[in-house]
Design a protein around this ligand. Structure first.
Ligand SMILES: [Zn+2]
Length: 187
């Protein structure tokens, strides 16, 4: 399909033909860049500032079946902010009229929290890698001194048979969304 973006559904939608849970739709209507969007995200390269865009839904459960009717979703975009995904253009249009400031604040808070989480995660990984580099460059005498303050932060990692593997493992992302990213690393 080439380059596309993915819009994730939370909660999943049920296929109108076979009831299969559909968790996402791939789309090229924005500026395709393999980005993943949720409701509450600003989309990159939207062809419209505010309005409604139709996209065809792909169902893994009944794709290829002769009896399947094509089904669509409508994205509601408000100043390029994805504010909803709907089954009908009427619902998507109506949504545009009711965007309020409290919701916008919630979206902002969620993004700020996510940025903080990534910042903390990066800082920890960077700090531990830096300590490990110091350790590798240290003299054998210094390395023997497990209580050395320079290595104190990674002393449990250094105690393992394979410190680098332990360091990578201890910085592995925890939440399900990030596990997907970990799983895709080899692709
Ligand atoms: Zn289906």
């Amino acid at each position: 399909m080439g380059i596309f973006d993915t819009v994730r559904f939370d909660p999943p939608r049920a296929c109108a033909n076979c009831e299969t849970a559909i968790t996402e739709v791939q789309t090229k209507v924005f500026e395709p860049g393999l980005r993943e969007y949720h409701v509450g995200d600003l989309v990159q390269g939207s062809p419209i500032l505010s309005g409604v865009i139709r996209e065809e839904l792909y169902c893994p459960g009944c794709a290829g079946s002769d009896h399947r009717k094509p089904q669509f979703v409508w994205f509601s975009l408000w100043h390029t902010l994805l504010v909803g995904v709907y089954d009908t253009p009427q619902e998507a249009e109506a949504r545009l009229q009711e965007v309020d400031r409290a919701e916008l604040l919630n979206y902002l808070a969620r993004h700020q929290q996510a940025a903080l989480t990534w910042h903390d995660r990066f800082s920890r990984l960077y700090g531990e890698l830096q300590n490990y580099q110091d350790y590798l460059r240290a003299s054998p005498e210094e390395q023997q001194d497990r209580e050395n303050m320079r290595f104190f932060r990674i002393r449990e990692i250094l105690a393992t048979d394979d410190p680098l593997a332990a360091l990578v493992s201890s910085n592995k992302p925890q939440n399900p969304e990030d596990e997907t990213e970990v799983g895709n690393e080899g692709l």
